[in-house]
Design a protein around this ligand. Sequence first.
Ligand code: NAP
Length: 322
Amino acid sequence: MSKIYDVAIVGGGPAGLTAGLYAARAKMSAVIIEKGKWGGQASTTEELENYPGSIEHPTGPSVTERMKNQAEAFGAECMKAEVTGFDFSDKIKIVKLSKGEIQAKSVIFAAGAQPMLLGAKGELELRGKGVSYCATCDADFFTELEVVAIGGGDTAVEESIYLTRFAEKVTIVHRRDEFRAAKSIVEKAMKNDKINVIWNSVVEEIYGDGIVEGLKLKNIQTGEITDLKTDGVFVFVGTKPITETIKGFVEMDAKGYIVADEEMRTSVEGVFAAGDVRVKSLRQVITACADGAVAAVNAEKYIEKTFEHITLPDAKKEGGWI
Ligand code: NAP
């Protein structure tokens, strides 16, 4: 019989890695499953200056790599695999993978979020040909060139500052006349000579012959359409939760975020949600880590309560479920 983990953690970002650390430190057998990049979205951000203790080495890749190393050092197993679905009908939960499956007494779903598309004409055709969603991944391609960043949140403003390390000029296009990003980040951006802002404007079209050449912008106050030549477009218009695989298994809101209580419990007993997948007001690395810790502690309590008289896997064969 295959191994039954105490906890299967879906997602290897800050929430999942912290859940793995806490679970492993509580002597639970924990597997963290990640299909993409360890560290999740945080690993694609250069500056993590608001994560306490990271002032000396604040890059996303370095902080999240240390998180992974720490979880593994305490015994969490890190597995590269793609989760395709679940079976929560029994006390032992099944996490279905593209190859095989994992059995666990509890599941922590921490698959994170991904960038949203802008939805402008030409965006998909020119994706990877000058249209990017990740400054850390692609800024280097625009060394001494001009780029446009779309959006007005923390990501747009923070990543624009990072882009100035490479690009000659960064133009932020925002649909309103003020940013929603944190004031300290906005102040820093406004002092940067390489950054300028076009307010109250949306992108009508991204155009180019096989590679980005420019944008058609519409001023939403005047209706005027202008042309802006550029070498690259970075889209930072928000994120959406990666919850397709768990849709229909746990309660979610209309936007696909998982409803969980303060103990990270979802609508299914033994299934917890942590990090950006959850309905919450503040999506940051620190709140993802906090969620991961709370989820792991409550998974442990759930297992103690639910499985206390069972020694797995033999009890199942004897029909000895409580
Ligand atoms: P966000 O806060 O949702 O901001 C998205 C921005 O894109 C908003 O300014 C929005 O405009 C704009 N936008 C949305 N749809 C648009 C469209 N179709 N066309 C043009 N503009 C559009 O997303 P985010 O900046 O990616 O941040 C996501 C979460 O991560 C937030 O909770 C954020 O605080 C957090 N985060 C934190 C840090 C940090 O603390 N260092 C760094 C990055 C992200 P409006 O303002 O008009 O709505």
